[in-house]
Design a protein around this ligand. Structure first.
Ligand SMILES: [Cu+2]
Length: 685
């Protein structure tokens, strides 16, 4: 059979342009021989980045997009499910957000310039990829310099510097390491800065960006043993989040992990990972946006401490393992002009997960292969008693006392089951069928938000929400059917899917409690929503494809479509990505390439009336990009995004919440960004 894999075209092109510089091109999981199916996870190497936001890379994966609440606050969406439903891993480990509005969604922790690749487990994520994977698993890996050969230490590295005209965005990174065959000592870092971004009719404020990261990594390997210690420091400064009621003042802290893996004499292998993170955050509603009422100035100081352990053991067709993590969250609201004011929105909230799993992978008949998995998880949640400033309206005290006397200690038992079957129909066509039951326990916001506030894990619909301690967990029944068709110059991998979700958690109107309504009205929304269990379904299709017209001209693209509906009412689900297609035409030469890409987005008129969501129109954007391999070590890239400076509205971009902008009224949809010319240099040594 032809050993032709569905390479995402940028990789194919990089592969072609840099064949003689093979060490510069990371080809991690893409070459599997003798399989017609697509490699899992589907991996895209990083492109020379025109923006600092990793979300822009995730958007290139079939079926994936991002809900953008700020300049680096991108929340992954996969097939219409987003937020805590999607399991996002960085360098192999999951993480916990410090911000109760997901300002620091996982994708915000890795700069584009330091990113090695992004990947998605297309369709149903295997149970081994995480505890709550109802909406799939997306991964990103930072650049990494591998062990060398021989005993002598060698110094290698990669430097990136880039500039984009939109917001005078500057990005830079370094990844450098001393390595020999046993040791690798790596230091890496990144810096992103940018001013407010323009759109066709003015400026979006605030859209400043400011983020630094520093990583220290040590690895040791010897005959199958491997140890690794990684420390990542993150320092986000002021970053605008115009779609949210406050802006980021900072996120600061560290993530640590230790990995150990061993191949035993009998060929079995085990991996163990320990991780810990400690992140502090501050946000406010007056430093970087207009707020003319000093008594309504507020700042919030959330934090998270979380730790976890994962273990897996592989033998022949079987994998068994366990995962456990514990996270503790706090968030208190203050008024800078009244030292006595405080509201503990979350106090000592704990969310602990204990989970075991097993997977089996292998041939079940002459033609069929199966991957089956079973995972049991126990989610234990609890919250400390909350307190608030005595001078607040009496109704606040009523809500507080009611919350403190309710049964805050809650448990959920989750069972996930996955079975995926694949077979080759011909040498070039493979088929995949998958079935799953996937689950998610309520988030701590959905369960413990006792005072009506806009603390929503970044839903950004403008509504105040209240939680419900007694929420049930979500259960999804998922079906997937896919084809992988590869010939020598054509690849096409379409997938159709259906999710039937019971107890889907979403905000529901109709609260009658007078204390809740009274407090919410003072907080700016007389019709708050309550997190509730409803029923939902999502279905759709996504595909990626690649066509080599000849050795110089190539076409590639993705198409993603999803429809999300309530089953208990006739409403549609909120913030569902419109039909999206990307089509890129490239001209490739050994040392350079040029490409033009069309990003076409349909209108979205299937919107949630429960969330008060506005429809958006369709549009097409054109992007021009080029790369030039100047020397063996230096790659130069340049391009223009939104070539025709088209004005448009990203359906997933939210509504303006920042007052004082003459160009965009509060409550209007945030416009999409304008034209940006960029240049980028990458040096390997
Ligand atoms: Cu925040």
């Amino acid at each position: 059979m032809p050993n032709y894999k569905l390479l995402p075209i940028p990789l194919l092109l990089l592969g072609m342009t840099t064949l003689s510089y093979a060490e510069q091109v990371s080809l991690p999981t893409l070459s599997v021989e003798g399989v017609a199916g697509e490699v899992a996870p589907y991996t895209l190497p990083s492109l020379p980045a025109s923006t600092a936001d990793l979300g822009d890379m995730v958007k290139r994966l079939p079926g994936a997009t991002v809900n953008r609440n700020g300049i680096i606050s991108s929340i992954a969406q996969y097939r219409g499910l987003f937020g805590h439903r999607v399991n996002v891993k960085l360098d192999g480990t999951g993480m916990h957000e410090a911000g109760p509005n997901s300002m620091d969604a996982p994708l915000s922790y890795l700069a584009s310039s330091r990113t090695g690749n992004v990947s998605v487990y297309r369709g149903i994520a295997p149970v081994r990829t995480g505890i709550e994977t109802i909406g799939g698993t997306i991964e990103a890996e930072s650049k990494r310099i591998d062990f060398a050969t021989g005993d002598e230490f060698k110094l290698h590295g990669n430097l990136v510097a880039g500039y984009a005209s939109l917001g005078h965005t500057r990005q830079s990174s370094f990844t450098t390491a001393l390595t020999n065959q046993h040791h690798r000592i790596q230091v890496s870092g990144s810096s992103d800065r940018g001013d407010d971004l323009d759109f066709k009719g003015g400026t979006i404020r605030p859209t400043k960006q400011d983020r630094d990261s520093l990583g220290l990594h040590y690895g040791y390997q010897n005959q199958g043993h491997e140890h690794e210690i990684n420390i990542e420091h993150i320092d986000m400064g002021v970053n605008g989040t115009a779609a949210l009621p406050m802006d980021i003042i900072f996120f600061r802290g560290e993530r640590y992990n230790m990995k150990h893996s061993d191949i035993l004499a009998n060929g079995n292998q085990y991996d163990i990972t320990l991780r810990y993170q400690d992140i502090d955050h501050r946000m406010d509603n007056y430093s970087h946006r207009t707020n003319s009422n000093p008594m309504m100035h507020r700042f919030v100081t959330p934090d998270v401490q979380a730790g976890g352990v994962s273990f897996s053991y592989n033998m022949a067709n079987w994998t068994v393992g366990f995962d456990a993590d514990q996270a503790e969250h706090n968030a208190t609201v203050f008024n800078p002009n009244n030292a006595a004011f405080f509201v503990e929105s979350f106090n000592d909230v704990e969310r602990d997960r204990y989970s075991i799993f097993t997977e089996w992978q292998g041939e079940i008949s002459e033609h069929w292969e199966m991957e089956a998995g079973l995972r049991y998880s126990r989610i234990e949640m609890d919250a400390g008693n909350v307190d608030s400033f005595a001078g607040l309206p009496m109704a606040v005290g009523v809500l507080r006392d009611r919350f403190n006397s309710s049964d805050l200690d809650q448990e959920d038992d989750l069972i996930d089951v996955v079975a995926t079957f694949t077979r080759d129909l011909t040498d070039s066509v493979g088929v995949e069928v998958g079935f799953a039951r996937k689950t998610r326990a309520p988030s701590y916001h959905e369960r413990y938000l006792w005072i009506p506030l806009e603390i929503t894990s970044g839903l950004a619909d403008g509504n105040n929400y209240v939680g419900d301690v007694d929420l049930d967990h979500e259960v999804a029944y998922q079906f997937e059917l896919g084809l992988d068709w590869h010939s020598t110059n054509l690849a096409f991998s379409p997938r159709v899917f259906y999710h039937h979700i019971n107890d889907y958690i979403q905000g529901v109107s109709g609260i009658t409690d007078m204390a809740t309504i009274g407090v919410s009205t003072v907080n700016g929304d007389s019709t708050p929503l309550q997190y509730s269990n409803v029923d939902a379904k999502l279905y759709g299709l996504d595909a990626n494809w690649l066509y080599a017209i000849n050795s110089e001209w190539q076409l590639d693209g993705t198409v993603s479509y999803v429809r999300g509906k309530r089953r208990d009412t006739s409403d549609d689900l909120y913030r569902i990505s419109p039909l999206t297609a990307r089509t890129m035409l490239s001209y490739v030469q050994p040392k350079w390439r040029l490409a033009i890409e069309a990003e076409t987005i349909a209108k979205q008129n299937k919107v949630s009336s429960e969330n008060g969501e506005d429809k958006t129109g369709g549009y097409a954007l054109y992007h021009l990009s080029g790369q030039y391999q100047a020397t063996e070590a230096i790659t130069l890239s340049a391009g223009v995004n939104n070539l025709f400076n088209r004005g448009y509205t990203d359906h997933l971009g939210g509504y303006n919440r920042a007052a004082g902008n003459p160009d965009i009224a509060v409550g209007d949809r945030l416009p999409g960004v304008g034209r940006s010319a960029y240049i980028n240099a990458s040096i390997n040594f």
